[in-house]
Design a protein around this ligand. Structure first.
Ligand code: HEC
Length: 174
């Protein structure tokens, strides 16, 4: 690159910075330290204290269960619609959400292990059959697997039933 081109390039980047700073997008070299998320954000204290706060905000099994409950309803209606691609996607996400949840709450892992090892693969197999009756039996099995864990974890009054209403805006296009 020639000197002229180099100077041209440098002044162009100077113009870019001036342009962005003019609109206060927080990329100015002279922007004050208070503007940066590291000091102005909601995480307070030392690094370790910040990680503790992040852990608390990521929550435990409760939030994962809301996600799993939602996805359970999505698998159910996807099967009714014979939208097997979407049913599979949702069943896989139930497995992922549960797997990550027990890393955050290892004391629940013993109850979750058979669910992850046997029950998630079983519903995936039922979905793969592309057969409405096989799928319905798979959903019955999944529902009782949810309940077995609720009994084991002493939340037996959290009874799982099939949903009466659709929750999301996804519909099969076929
Ligand atoms: C690892 C065992 C386990 C499995 C498997 C399990 N659950 Fe749960 N579920 C729990 C526990 C424990 C709670 C109470 C959460 C808490 O106390 O933090 C719960 C709570 C819930 C809630 C209430 C969440 C809320 O806070 O509103 C729903 C909905 C739910 N489960 C749905 C399901 C569905 C659907 C399945 C099956 C696809 C399932 N669960 C499988 C253990 C389990």
């Amino acid at each position: 690159m020639g000197l002229k081109a180099l100077i041209g390039g440098l002044s162009l980047s100077g113009i870019m910075v001036a342009f962005l700073c003019g609109w206060s997008l927080g990329v100015c070299p002279h922007s004050s330290a208070q503007d940066s998320p590291a000091t102005d954000g909601w995480l307070k204290g030392s690094e370790a204290e910040k990680f503790d706060q992040l852990e608390a905000h990521l929550r435990g099994l409760d939030v994962a269960m809301i996600e799993i409950g939602y996805r359970f309803a999505e698998v159910y209606f996807a099967g009714k619609d014979r939208n097997w691609t979407y049913a599979k996607y949702q069943a896989e996400k139930i497995g992922l959400a549960m797997d990550l949840a027990i890393r955050r709450r290892p004391k629940r892992a013993a109850s979750a292990t058979p669910f992850l090892a046997d029950e998630v693969p079983a519903i995936l197999k039922a979905i793969d059959s592309h057969d409405g009756q096989v799928f319905q039996r798979g959903m019955e099995r999944l529902r009782s697997a949810c309940m077995s864990c609720h009994v084991a974890e002493k939340v037996q009054d959290f009874t799982i039933e099939f949903p009466e209403h659709r929750l999301s805006t996804i519909r099969t296009s076929r």
